[in-house]
Design a protein around this ligand. Sequence first.
Ligand SMILES: [Zn+2]
Length: 459
Amino acid sequence: MNKALLYFIIFLLAACNKAEKKPSSVYFAGEIVNPTSEYVILYKGDVVLDTALLDKNNRFSFQLDSVAEGLHHFYHFPEEQYVYLEQGDSLQIRLNTVDFDESLVFSGTNEQVNNFLLEMFLANEQEEELIFKFYNLEPEEFILKIDSLKNTKLESLNSLSIEAELSDNAMEIARAGIIYNSFIFKEAYPFYHKRKMGEKSIHELPPDFYNYRTEVDYDSKGLSYYRPYYNFMKYHLNNLSYMDCKKGCGTQNKMTNNHLHFNQHKLKLIDSLIKQEELRDNLFRNVAMDYLLKYDKEENIDVFIEEFHHLSGNNKHMHEINRLYDGVRNLQPQKKLPELMVFDSEGNKVSITDIGKDKKVVFYFWSAPEKRHFTNIINRINLLKEKYPDYTFIGLNLRTEKSRWNNMLEVEHLDKSEQFWTEDFEDVAHKLIVYDLSRGIITNDGIIVNAFANVYTSF
Ligand SMILES: [Zn+2]
């Protein structure tokens, strides 16, 4: 059937049924030009609602019986974007992965609010550079600039709400995107201004500088996965923790050099400020991941995790956090390297503890798809090999097909006795905590000397 005709009929049906209850089923579909994966995944928060396979015309569609009204997001590897959905919505998108966000267009019910949210997203991206310059300004001037950007956006939202019929919820989310984005810059200002201007201490602020904080909603369920809101919370907590510590704990050095102390402030603040469960869990998780990946000493991380369990014992991310905590603990100096099986170039399974036996070893990581990292690290390792002839430098390959890895050993003339292939990235990442490919693990006869060295800066 002719598409225009079909839409016309749907429109007529919708018009006839206007007085009746809206249907609850939701249709979300679209076309992806130059797809970079075969799938589109639809999320609500961190929950996958459904996965759709692209057809031969690169089209996908989701048909849902109902939705929880509000922000969702869809993911097409490696990018994602928001989509606002209400009961009964029928919404189409079109996008080209070459310019993912810039090319995205929504059409159908609720197209206005979705296109508006996207417009705001793009405007915020474009403004970043400009705002970075504003950090040089004195606080009064800075506020004027930031407020004027915010007000222009609020005005265009107002005109949209006159033209289009937006639900209260849609209006609320569009407004939140605008205001929380502008709040982020104000939370960041004292620190960015100090750094950019090279000032010794935090600039004195006018008494009304933080007045906008009275507008902050610490309890909004609908916004907990919305980036402007969530990012605002992170900046806000950093700011409050810093100010709290500065006021209550005296010496400033204490906190800049003491990750544990600073992060304890953050835990306490989240506990006292945030009641909404998802937001609370996510922010607690954020602090824990951030802190644990700074690889503090064992006695400190023990204190941290105890406090974490006390304040957020039923955190839904607990398993992930405990795993990371165990991982960091197992890699403390003087401990034995964890048991991990890897493959040599002949295809034999070997344990890394055997590789490290009776010698001093530096383990480093590389992955074939990360080309620049590969070139840099191999050059760096060659330098280190000359400088430290009593060490053996062992390359652990991650996330590469075995045949490709074997081929690279040949083509790049790598020493096969010093290169090993790993099969299960999850397992390696968990046991050796590989979040940063510049990591080096220094061992002596299989005993850890420093598992959190950096190949570029620690030697
Ligand atoms: Zn403090």
